[in-house]
Write a protein that binds this ligand. Structure first.
Ligand SMILES: *Cc1c(COP(=O)(O)O)cnc(C)c1O
Length: 428
């Protein structure tokens, strides 16, 4: 059995007079005007997280390229842009979102193992800080496109340091068996090859070993390997301007999680990479937005089977899939703390026709009557971005709160809008 935890909540998402507030907005005001489920983000939380991250790195020549895939809503990206942040994108779509939100293209790095020709061409035409290249074939493709466009492509290689980040296997990316990066043992040879290509300008090196990392040892080893590589490259006259150390810093979701210490992390970076005369690029995603969001849902039904109680919510795995994908556990709290006590143990499940549509097992739920509203916490990262319209459930809306205002920043599509792009051909 898991208990509703007393873990400290984000100070901008908290109870006042027994009602859940996001900043100065009582969440029940939103449920009064918009059908659940929906996400709510606290803009101040995002700003605080970004500012804490960047100020812990004071003294370092640095740039924070927020990892857009964690939460790509334009209003989130606008918040980052206003703080001077850059972006780490993995598709042309994300690149265009970043530009639309006002992020400087000179602060955008383009990552990903499968960049397509049109994506490379469009970003190169417009400009970017660097391509993070993951294979020799990709290098050749970028060089060819750059020759055609008569442009010089700024590149870094993503190296795979063969390090176990100690995180869930579905979000580990720095082991030799993962599909990511070039083996660090081959890096020197590949850099030397790249240095001979016409339209390639080597500007950096990149690494990203995984996500939700709480053990700093994996970072230490990775940084040490990078440092060694940088000196090896210098010895053959290849000088890098940028060292991109990726994202991956974890957050605390439940009492069982260890919270990695930001100060320790920045100390490590400064110690190992701070004196190389390079600009350090950071790509945090989860750390910036993870605790900024909640998913508000309504209890549709309570149901008893032979030996289990089920609580059926109107949010499903199509709206929030971290549990189905990674077995992630998120705290669930009531919008109103009025009177009722935690009484029963439930499996909290969604309405989607899949058994993995289960958010919590054997969980003591406070205040759960049919029609009550509940909120999953810490769903700002890898929440709405992973939602789908499976079961033809419309894409889940997103709300942003800033101080005493809330705005719908992605609305729920109508059924008409969902069907609009589909065609029934006339076969006869
Ligand atoms: C996903 C990803 C990130 C962000 O990871 P977080 O764990 O959210 O910080 C950064 N860089 C790359 C290349 C990624 O794929």
């Amino acid at each position: 059995m898991t208990r509703p935890t007393l873990l400290k909540m984000n100070k901008h998402i908290s109870y006042k007079r027994k009602q859940l507030f996001v900043e100065d907005v009582v969440v029940s005001d939103i449920t009064g005007s918009l059908r659940t489920p929906f996400y709510v983000y606290s803009r101040t939380t995002i700003k605080d997280n970004f500012n804490r991250f960047t100020s812990s790195l004071e003294g370092l020549n640095r740039i924070i390229c927020y990892s857009v895939k964690a939460n790509s809503n334009l209003s989130v990206l606008e918040t980052i842009a206003k703080l001077g942040g850059g972006a780490d994108v993995v598709s042309l779509g994300e690149y265009q979102r970043a530009l639309r939100a006002g992020i400087d293209p000179k602060k955008i790095v383009f990552s990903g193992v499968g960049k397509q020709d049109f994506e490379i061409a469009e970003t190169l035409k417009s400009s970017l800080l660097q391509f993070n290249i993951e294979s020799v074939s990709e290098l050749e493709a970028i060089n060819k496109i750059a020759i055609n466009l008569n442009k010089v492509a700024p590149i870094a290689f993503r190296v795979n340091p063969d390090i176990d980040a100690g995180t869930h296997e579905n979000i580990s990316t720095g082991k030799a068996d993962n599909k990511f990066g070039i083996p660090i043992s081959k890096a020197k040879e590949i850099y030397q090859h790249a240095s001979k290509l016409d339209k390639i300008k080597i500007v950096g090196v990149d690494v990203h070993i995984g996500s939700q990392i709480t053990n700093l040892n994996a970072f230490r080893q990775t940084f040490q390997n990078l440092e060694k590589l940088i000196y090896d490259l210098r010895a053959c006259d290849i000088h890098l301007e940028n060292v991109d150390i990726g994202g991956g810093l974890g957050i605390k979701y439940t009492d069982d999680d260890v919270e990695p210490d930001l100060r320790e992390y920045s100390k490590l970076v400064k110690q190992i990479l701070g004196n190389l005369n390079c600009k350090i690029i950071f790509e945090p995603g989860r750390y910036i937005v993870g605790n900024s969001g909640i998913l508000v849902t309504k209890v549709l039904y309570k149901k008893k089977s032979q030996n289990k109680n089920f609580l059926i919510t109107d949010a499903g795995m199509n709206d929030f899939s971290r549990t189905a994908l990674y077995g992630a556990a998120h705290r669930l709290i009531p919008l109103s703390q009025e009177s009722r006590e935690a009484t029963e143990i439930y499996d909290v499940v969604g309405p989607v026709c899949e058994s993995t549509d289960t958010f919590l097992r054997n969980h003591l739920v406070e205040n759960a009557e049919e029609g009550d509203f509940l909120a999953f916490l810490d769903v700002g990262a890898y929440g709405a971005v992973l939602s789908s319209e499976y079961n033809t459930r419309p894409l889940v809306p997103e709300i942003m709160v800033y101080k005493e205002r809330f705005e719908v920043v992605r609305s729920r599509p109508t059924y008409e809008e969902i069907f609009e792009k589909e065609v029934i051909p006339n076969w006869e």
